[in-house]
Write a protein that binds this ligand. Structure first.
Ligand SMILES: NC(=O)c1ccc[n+]([C@@H]2O[C@H](COP(=O)([O-])OP(=O)(O)OC[C@H]3O[C@@H](n4cnc5c(N)ncnc54)[C@H](OP(=O)(O)O)[C@@H]3O)[C@@H](O)[C@H]2O)c1
Length: 249
């Protein structure tokens, strides 16, 4: 028996970075995994990797910024495997910029995906978990959901602080349904996230920071998630913050 045999997990943003690494570790521990993101080819390749290692996965191609599609993605995974034990709310974008130079459309995108979509996925998963009588929702925030980085993180921190607030309300409300809630707050992780920053100067600064700080690897965050979901059922790991050793703020 592996630790997550008989469990079903949905990982949003499974096509790269932290989500991909998390899907691999959950599948390696025996979970059946629903892989959700937009890039179909990446999901297909990951699904094949999991199958080649003896695991089981399905891919669901969805733009989770569309809240109807977000709800449908949860239902699709639940229908495919007959239950839903773990939701890893990981899909996100990070458009850092000073407020004066920020694009309002970037703020909108972050609130829509990093916060509203996460809330919608949580609500729909909670519905299935309530019926089931158990479950675990993992919400990926950030160190920037606990602090701020002036000149850069206004919109991102607004979304991620929202994730922190929502997750604590969810944790308290979900106790009645025997559902656990964990907030994960990583510092700098070496992924594609910073490559998509739309402000060229901030992008260059952040890429250079990530390269020089000996950033976390996606697998480091996946290990923290695995720790949370493999504790005895009486334990709710409420929050994990992890930074690269060299990261000060
Ligand atoms: N990297 C860091 O330093 C860091 C630090 C703290 C927190 N985080 C958080 O960790 C999470 C994962 O980020 P990452 O670092 O692993 O970056 P990443 O490699 O860029 O992964 C982001 C994931 O989100 C998915 N995604 C983006 N827009 C989407 C949409 N509209 N619909 C569905 N999926 C969408 C992407 O897939 P598609 O493009 O295929 O849709 C991708 O799988 C994010 O919530 C991020 O805020 C990252």
């Amino acid at each position: 028996m592996t630790k997550l045999d008989e469990k079903v997990a949905l990982v949003s943003g499974a096509s790269s970075g932290i989500g991909e690494a998390t899907a691999l570790v959950l599948a390696a521990e025996g979970a059946k995994v629903g892989l959700v993101a937009r890039r179909e080819e990446r999901l297909k390749a990951l699904k094949n990797t999991i199958a080649a290692r003896g695991g089981q996965a399905i891919s669901v191609v969805a733009d989770l910024a569309d809240l109807d599609l977000a709800q449908q993605a949860v239902d699709q995974v639940q229908n495919a495997f007959g239950r839903l034990d773990i939701l890893v709310n990981n899909a996100g974008v990070m458009y850092l910029s000073p407020i004066a130079e920020a694009k309002v459309a970037d703020w909108q995108r972050m609130i829509q995906l990093d916060l509203l979509s996460l809330m919608t996925l949580s609500k729909r998963a909670l519905h299935h978990m309530q019926t089931q009588g158990s479950g675990h929702i993992i919400n990926i925030s950030s160190v920037m959901g606990r602090t701020i980085w002036a000149g850069r993180s206004a919109g991102y921190s607004a979304a991620k602080w929202g994730v922190g607030a929502f997750s604590e309300v969810l944790r308290q409300e979900a106790i009645a349904f025997n559902v656990r809630v964990t907030l994960i707050e990583p510092g700098a992780v070496d992924t594609e996230l910073s490559h998509n920053i739309t402000n060229p100067a901030v992008k260059e600064e952040v890429l250079s920071y990530v390269a020089n700080v000996n950033a976390l690897q996606s697998e480091d965050v996946a290990s923290a998630i695995l720790y949370a979901v493999t504790q005895p059922s009486r334990v709710n790991v409420n929050e994990i913050m992890l930074r690269p050793l060299k990261q000060e703020f």
